[in-house]
Design a protein around this ligand. Structure first.
Ligand code: ZN
Length: 313
């Protein structure tokens, strides 16, 4: 079967963060940092920091303290435009210090560890986490924090002179809600499984004004980007680390992304439109199970997923 063409009926109709709370002396404005939102189409792919290895000889560190630290963004997405990162510098009685930086989940479990050896006082260290566990799997949705400690030693104490407390935790999510604007989930004919002539509706329609920006709910690789008479301008993304494929239809203009391109979670993929066989401006969104869209998978009801993503986005 032609792998690059959606079935004609898809469009159809639409009616419609020291664990932990490293406590620091920082300006309160720093707490307002947010993130996760895309900044530009075709944003360069970030890369995670190398894990590093523990000191080969017995690890050594002086009497340590955190001089400064900041985590950004406060909200990020797996394989996203911006990875969660921490920048910090230490105070120490020793010139070279062997440190361990853990990513800790809300249950206090270490999900991933980084090692930095011979770290000098007052020299900024930056760690960027790619959202994967030490086993290489995508980490679960939830709250995380960076914990900084001496290798084989104890957690660093934040400098006690702090006049203000700040938790440097962050949230990581696997998916972003794809519509950046007001929207309403279609019911009735807009639902997955609604009757169409000779078939059923294989996606969920969500009403939004034409021109509303669309972002990738999950990054990965563009499996196909093109035009079809029923789907209009559409794009299919092979979701990184999932068996799912995600299809977005009726875009007002062709997606800036081309077939085969890498795309990050939360990266712009186009704008809402009504091209193809569409009544009114809306996003027609499909989720296909492994092995994917036109690769032997099956469409499933996207609405429960969309509602969940919408709730935290
Ligand atoms: Zn539809």
């Amino acid at each position: 079967m032609a792998p690059n063409r959606p079935r004609p009926w898809l469009a159809g109709v639409s009616s419609t963060f020291a664990a932990i709370a490293l406590l620091l002396c920082l300006a309160s404005s720093a707490a307002a940092t947010t993130g996760g939102a895309p900044t530009a189409a075709g944003a360069p792919a970030p890369s995670g920091s190398p894990t590093g290895t523990p000191a080969s000889e017995a690890p050594s560190a002086g009497a340590l303290s955190i001089v400064s630290a900041q985590t950004t963004p406060r909200k990020s997405f797996f394989y996203g435009v911006r990875y969660p990162s921490v920048r910090f510098s230490i105070g120490s009685s020793q010139q070279q210090n062997d440190l361990q930086i853990d990513v800790v989940n809300s249950a206090g479990e270490v999900v991933r560890s980084f090692y930095r050896n011979d770290v000098e006082p007052n020299v900024e260290v930056k760690i960027r986490w790619d959202g994967t566990t030490s086993e290489g799997r995508p980490a679960r949705n939830g709250r995380y924090s960076f914990r900084i400690e001496a290798q084989g030693g104890t957690e660093l104490a934040a400098r006690a002179s702090s006049s203000q407390s700040l938790s440097l935790g962050f949230a990581l999510y696997g998916y972003a809600f794809p519509i950046l604007g007001a929207h309403e989930f279609g019911m009735g004919a807009g639902r997955f499984g609604a009757a169409r002539s000779g078939h059923t509706h294989e996606g969920q329609d969500t009403m939004a004004a034409c021109g509303t920006p669309l972002i990738a709910a999950r990054g990965g690789t563009v499996q196909y980007s093109g035009y079809q008479y029923a789907a209009g301008n559409y794009i299919v993304i092979d979701g990184k680390g999932t068996g799912f494929d995600f299809m977005y239809a009726h875009l007002a203009e062709p997606s800036p992304l081309k077939t085969g391109e890498a795309v990050r979670t939360g990266q712009p993929i186009g704008i809402v439109g009504d091209t193809g066989d569409a009544v009114g401006c809306h996003l027609h969104f499909e989720i296909w199970t492994a092995p994917g869209w036109y690769e032997g998978g099956s469409p499933i009801d996207p609405l429960p997923y969309l509602e969940k993503w919408d709730a935290y986005s």
